[in-house]
Design a protein around this ligand. Structure first.
Ligand SMILES: Cc1ncc(COP(=O)(O)O)c(C=O)c1O
Length: 382
């Protein structure tokens, strides 16, 4: 069966993610296997150059996960400014956002998020920033950019870097500029479900050549050349197979993101009249790259719990999800180790209690989209 036929094959389950594939990728993977050249070679270099052109930034450094991208970015900054160690970030994210801060020998300082956009609240960042702040780490939650300009101004006025967790936002733009070309360092994930994927993988973007150089060293055991180690490093190198999967998607990314946007608009039109649902607010000045279409359920009005709705959707073949059910500070490890408790970041906590996601990936057919909206309405009307 061809790749296209496989992709378009009707499925009993409406999937929330469908990783890209093509005949070209399959041919290239075989040729890499036969070449025996597996790690951080020519294809990864081409992938970096194509990403830099697409994003409009000077340097792209590929690594083997989005977590590694954050780890290596913060570690490079720490090397440059060793006396500072706080990273101001948001608890409304995937654990990797804060875990990577610890991996780099730093400390996350959480501040709450905006109730409507779900992104870090710049006024709270302003209150927390001080002489020990190494970086501000906003997250472009679900593919919608954080409010980067005030964050850059607040950070810049204190000589602090912005390390953007853009793991979910490849292809998004903020006020006309592509995400990845704005912050001091931007870190992307190319995990299998992402809008552009490499199976596992990630990359860092920066216009700062010195930081890019440090990141390249750290990615490869700190070595400037073979067996010539300059700094402490790791093995964060990207596989050629991963780069080959990623590079083939760049020319299609804008179209796939436009499809995601159209699917979100369809869902909003079909579900917008239900008073028990509300949506993450979109800033019209930005180009969104919907990774997850996120809704909030008012359980009282709906007469059903969020988790009840999601399990009913799943029983009826709609792969709905809850991302994230728990903010980072309330994860058992964070509670037990650092003493965080419920009420510390009430906005993030409220959002996590209400959010769920519906499929909007670019390969959904019209009838699948209709099935998602009709099933959701059907459950909520009962
Ligand atoms: C906001 C955010 N940050 C970081 C990561 C980590 O990326 P990876 O899974 O590629 O390590 C993810 C991954 O899903 C994410 O959603």
């Amino acid at each position: 069966m061809s790749v296209k036929a496989e992709r378009d094959r009707p499925s009993a389950i409406v999937r929330i993610a469908k990783p890209y594939n093509s005949e070209k990728i399959e041919r290239q993977v075989i040729s890499i296997l036969r070449s025996g050249k597996f790690v951080q070679g020519e294809i990864a270099r081409d992938f970096e150059a194509e990403l830099a052109r697409y994003i409009g930034c000077k340097n792209v450094v590929t690594v083997n996960s989005g977590t590694a991208a954050l780890h290596v970015a913060i570690t490079a900054l720490k090397l440059a400014k060793g006396n500072r160690s706080d990273v101001i970030t948001t608890p409304l994210s995937f654990a990797a956002t804060a875990n990577s801060v610890f991996h780099s020998g730093c400390k996350p300082v959480f501040v709450d998020v905006d109730e409507e956009t779900f992104n870090i609240d710049p006024s709270l960042v302003k209150e927390k920033i001080n002489g020990n702040t190494l970086a501000v780490e906003p997250v472009d939650v679900y593919g919608l950019p954080a409010d980067l300009e005030p964050l850059r101004n607040i950070a810049g006025s204190k000589g602090v870097a912005v390390v953007e967790d853009a793991a979910e936002a490849i292809g998004a733009s903020y006020h006309g500029k592509k995400v990845g070309s704005i912050s001091t360092l931007s870190c992307f994930s190319t995990y299998a479900t992402k809008n552009l994927h490499t199976g596992e993988g990630g990359f860092v973007t920066t216009d700062d050549d010195l930081l890019a150089e440090k990141i390249r060293l750290i990615r490869n055991q700190g070595q400037a050349s073979k067996y010539n180690q300059m700094v402490m490093g790791y093995n964060f190198r990207m596989l050629e197979i991963c780069a080959a999967i990623g590079i083939d998607q760049i020319p299609h990314l804008d179209e796939m993101n436009a499809k995601r946007r159209a699917n979100v608009l369809y869902m909003k039109e079909k579900l917008g009249s239900l008073d028990c649902l509300s949506f993450q607010r979109v800033d019209d000045a930005n180009g969104d790259a919907w990774y997850m279409f996120t809704l909030m359920l008012d359980e009282k009005r709906a007469g059903i719990s969020r988790d009840g709705l999601v399990s009913k959707l799943r029983e009826r073949g709609i792969e709905a999800d809850v991302s994230w059910p728990t903010p980072i500070h309330l994860q058992p490890y964070y509670r037990e180790t650092f003493g965080y408790k419920k009420g510390d970041f009430p906005v993030a906590e409220r959002i996590c209690e209400k959010v769920f996601q519906l499929p909007i990936q670019p390969y959904l057919t019209e009838s699948e989209l209709e099935r998602v909206s009709n099933t959701t309405k059907d459950i909520l009307h009962k």
